[in-house]
Design a protein around this ligand. Sequence first.
Ligand SMILES: C[S@@+](CC[C@H](N)C(=O)[O-])C[C@H]1O[C@@H](n2cnc3c(N)ncnc32)[C@H](O)[C@@H]1O
Length: 205
Amino acid sequence: MITTLSCLHNSHVFMRIILMYRLLYQFQSVAGGILVDVSCGSGLFSRKFASSGAYSSVIALDFSENMLRQCYDYIKQEETPMNTNLALVRADILRLPFASCSIDAIHAGAAIHCWPSPSNAIAEISRVLKPGGVFVATTFLSTPTNSGLFSIDALKPLRQIVGPVNSSYNFFIEGELEDLCRSCGLVNYSSKVQRSFIMFSRQKP
Ligand SMILES: C[S@@+](CC[C@H](N)C(=O)[O-])C[C@H]1O[C@@H](n2cnc3c(N)ncnc32)[C@H](O)[C@@H]1O
């Protein structure tokens, strides 16, 4: 039992390391710039971005004061000091407190499905990104188990009218995510899908 749990833990840690390498790779064209980790939660990725030393500043941003407090506590516990400036900011994804065209990189880890209005949020992300700036996000795709009846192809148009199927989460199919980004003026879509988990990146032209 203990061996099984330890294997599960190790594979989880391994997956996170792979994910982090992929993220750093996606952001390599904006290395040295300002990175905002929106909806950072407890700052798992913000802390890794900061300690990578690849960015001039890392901003961990979340709407929830509790999550930011957890993030702050984890930062204090870190054994290795952060190589870059790491700032914590409380803000709504729909009203980012940054000037237009001022940010080089935005990461949204496992967050889009939690946002109240993903299309307005991505428009806001597009506003603050500099030309050439990169947006990388991970989320869970719509599946029959998380989207109920509206995951059936013939009923999907109804989802646009009725709104999210349950009150708290918005799950999309890959084409919808691509369309959302395109309609906000972001280009160069690329993605990697593993089961229902997707990582995609987009750039501001
Ligand atoms: C599943 S957590 C993701 C945490 C983190 N990115 C990670 O990968 O560990 C989703 C986060 O979205 C945040 N969130 C939800 N609505 C938000 C909003 N309107 N603006 C900013 N953050 C929001 C929540 O507070 C929560 O911390």
